[in-house]
Each structure stands twice: as structure tokens, then as C-alpha cells.
Design a binder for this molecule. Sequence first.
Ligand code: MN
Ligand code: MN
Ligand code: ZN
Length: 282
Amino acid sequence: MLMRLGFHVSIEGGLDRAVDRALGLGCTTFQFFTRSPRMWKHADIDEETASVFRSKLQSSGIRPVFAHIPYLPNLASPREDIYAKSVESLIVEAGRCRFLGVPYLVTHLGSSLGTGYEAGSLRVVQALREAVNVKAGPTILLENTSGKRNDLGSTFQEMGDIMERVGNLRLGVCMDICHAFARGYDARTEDGLKATLRDFDEVIGLDRLHLIHLNDSMGELGSRIDRHEHIGLGAIGEEGFANILKSELAEKPLIMETPVDERRTDAGNMRKVLELADLHVD
Ligand code: MN
Ligand code: MN
Ligand code: ZN
């Protein structure tokens, strides 16, 4: 089984540049934002841009690819104006994915801002129901969070509950290894990972897992700290990743959202994963 491995890549200079960057890094999958993630405002994608992106992607042989929604939307917001803008953003992003030929869209579940799980999840379920109805749109992947105060979707139970209430098969999961670890799901040892996957399979189903965010964690197990670290340099460590990479998780697309700093580049993390996966053996 060939591993599908890549990064979250920048779209600086144009959407199709993301494909160039992914190819340059030797990616066999990648993730990107379809626009600047730090603003509500954005321009529509014109036909020319979309067609260049689609054909470049097609000839690159890279698949599948994943889009990630911008940072500002909060699908659980108790504020009516923010909630409406957030649902609109999700629907627009789903439309952009369809236009670009992107089969998956990753979203976080948002923060209840203190109103609690019941009120927050009611909002999210409603938002997702609207977005999965975008005709021929992407499969929407819910990403688990590290469980910072008021964040929804840090446990498999919450994610499974929300998915069941939305009741649509065009909904799946992206498991962020750093976030899961910070929330107390261990993946470092064979037994720990087995327990984590059994838990996931019971409340969600492993067939709904379409993407792994392969990030090491600065915070310890259960710390609820969302800070990504280079592969092997964090609390999960090299042995932890070697364990992950020999498990069934390695059959899913693996995308790194690792830092870029003086300690290591993206190419360095790519080499580290290939080394830990020990591809030379088989
Ligand atoms: Mn994310
Ligand atoms: Mn992530
Ligand atoms: Zn994170």
C-alpha cells in the first residue's frame, strides 16, 4: 500500500501555485485554503483560475486533495450575525470546492462561547444540514479539536452525536493527531492506539475517517493544548509516530500542518515520516 503523504500548502501567487508547491515537496496529497483564511471578504473564483487549477491538479496525479475552511467562521456561535455569516461561508466554500474539483472540505465545529454543548451543537447540526445540501458538493470532514474551553468536537462521542443528528453520508471525519493526543487519545503505543481506534470505531466508524492531520504535539497527553510540533520532536515522539505509521491510520491520506522554523523544513518532516515509516523494508 502506497502511503499518501503531504502538507497544508500556501496559495500565495494563485490557487494553482498550491499544486506546484505540493509537487515540489513530493506530496501525493495536500490541503489548502481556497482564499485568505483571515478575512470574511474574498473574491469569487473566475472560470480561468478554476480551469488552470483543475488541469494542473489533474496532470499532477495528486489525489485526493482537501480544502480547509477559513479561520473566522464559527458554526456554533450564539451570535445571530456571526452564525449566519459562518453558515454562508461554509456553503460558499462547498461551492468553491465543487468548482475546483476538490472532493473534501475540512471544518472545525466551532465554539459555543459558553452556551454549552446542547445549544452549540444545535447550531452546528443546522449549519451542516444546509451545507451538505449543496448539490454535488464535497464531503465535509469534521476535524476534532484539542478541547480548549467551549470548543465543540474534541471527543469522538461529540463528533459521532453531531454526525448522527445531521444524518448525511456526505459527512466524514478528519482526525488531527495533535488535537486527539492533547484531548487524551493516545497513539504512541500499540495498545494505546488500539484503544483509541476502537473508541473511534464504536462511536463514529472507521469507514467515516477520510483524513489524518499528522502533527506532533507540544502539549502532553490530555493537556488540551493546541500547539503543533515537528514530527517526532514533540510529546508523541519518534517511536509514537513509528507506531502510527505502521498502523491502519497510514492507509489514510496523511497531511502535515507542522511548523516551519530554523529547526526543520517541510522537506525535513517529509524525510522524517518516510524514515519512520521504514519504506525500505517492504
Ligand atoms: Mn484544522
Ligand atoms: Mn488540523
Ligand atoms: Zn491545531
